[in-house]
Design a protein around this ligand. Structure first.
Ligand SMILES: O=C1O[C@H](COP(=O)(O)O)[C@@H](O)[C@H](O)[C@H]1O
Length: 260
C-alpha cells in the first residue's frame, strides 16, 4: 500500500481541469501498455466536476474510448434513471457524449433491476461481475484498476463507506449493500476497502471549505473505521487532489505548495 501524496490547486475549477489532464495521461499510458484501461468513477460534486472538465479537455481525443472499462466505487440504490444515481449524473456530465463501448460501462444495479430492492443481492451481483473481469494476477476478486477515484465527504466518507457503519469494517467481500447511510439515500452499494486497495492508483478528490476538517483528520493517521478516507490506499500511488480551501486546515508540515 502506498503512502498518500498531496497535490493542492488554487481552486476547484483548476483542480478539476488538472485532474482531468492527469486522468487522460493515465488512461492513454495504460492503453498503450496493456491495450485497455480501467477506471473507477466516483459520484459527488468533485467527481462530476472532473468528468465535465474531461469532456472539454483538448486532449480528450487521445483516449480510445472504445477500450476503456468504467466501474463505480459506489451507487445510490435508486431506480434506473433516477437523477440522484451516480451513473445518471456521470452520463450527463460526460458519458453520453463520448464513444464508449456500452458493454464496458459497468454501472451498479438499480433498485428496480433484476435484484429488486435487495441491496445485498445487487452488491453480490456486482462482485461477481468484477470477479469475472479480474485477470490471472488479480487473485480472482477484482481487476487491477488503473485509477480509482473517490470523492471525500465532509464526514470523511469515501464511496459509500461511512464512519462507524459495518461496511467500512468489511474484510472479506469486495462489494456490500449499505443501509442507514447518514447521507441520503440511506440504501447504497459500495466497494469495500479491500477492493479499493486493489487499484494501482487511488485518487481522493477534495475541494471546498466543507472538506477541510475531513482532510485534516483523515490525513492525521486515524483508524479507517473512524475516517474511511484514511483507509483508501492504492497499490502504487495514493493521491489527494485538493483545492486550497480543502487544504486550509492541514498542519503546516503536510501542506505542499499550491501548484497554481
Ligand atoms: O454520496 C456520495 O458522496 C460522496 C462525496 O460527494 P461530495 O458531493 O461531497 O463530493 C461521493 O464520493 C460518493 O460517490 C457519493 O455516492
Amino acid at each position: 500500500m502506498s503512502a498518500p501524496r498531496l497535490v493542492v490547486h488554487r481552486d476547484k475549477e483548476l483542480m478539476a481541469e488538472a485532474a482531468a489532464a492527469r486522468l487522460i495521461t493515465r488512461i492513454v499510458d495504460a492503453q498503450s501498455a496493456r491495450g485497455t484501461a480501467s477506471v473507477v468513477l466516483t459520484g459527488g460534486r468533485n467527481g462530476n466536476g472532473l468528468l465535465a472538465a474531461l469532456g472539454t479537455a483538448p486532449a480528450r481525443d487521445a483516449i480510445d474510448w472504445s477500450r476503456l472499462d468504467l466501474w463505480w466505487g459506489d451507487e445510490r440504490f435508486l431506480p434506473e434513471g433516477d437523477p440522484e444515481r451516480n451513473v445518471t449524473q456521470a452520463r450527463e456530465a460526460l458519458l453520453d457524449r463520448v464513444p464508449l463501448d456500452p458493454a464496458r460501462v459497468h454501472a451498479m444495479p438499480a433498485s428496480d433491476g433484476p435484484h429488486g430492492d435487495d441491496a445485498d443481492a445487487a452488491a453480490a451481483a456486482y462482485a461477481a461481475e468484477l470477479a469475472a473481469a479480474a485477470g490471472p494476477g488479480d487473485e480472482g476478486r477484482v481487476p487491477s484498476f488503473d485509477v480509482l477515484m473517490l470523492g471525500v465527504g465532509p464526514d470523511t466518507h469515501v464511496a459509500s463507506l461511512f464512519p462507524g457503519l459495518p461496511a467500512v469494517r468489511e474484510t472479506g467481500r469486495t462489494v456490500v449493500g449499505v443501509r442507514q447511510a447518514p447521507k441520503p439515500p440511506p440504501t447504497r452499494i459500495s466497494l469495500t476497502l479491500p477492493a479499493i486497495g486493489a487499484a494501482r492508483e487511488v485518487w481522493l478528490l477534495a475541494a471546498g471549505e466543507d472538506k477541510a476538517e475531513a482532510a485534516a483528520f483523515a490525513l492525521s493517521g486515524p483508524d479507517p473505521v473512524e475516517a474511511p478516507a484514511a483507509g483508501a490506499r492504492g497499490r502504487e500511488h495514493t493521491l489527494w487532489l485538493m483545492d486550497a480551501a480543502a487544504a486550509s486546515k492541514l498542519p503546516a508540515g503536510l501542506h505542499p505548495p499550491v501548484s497554481a
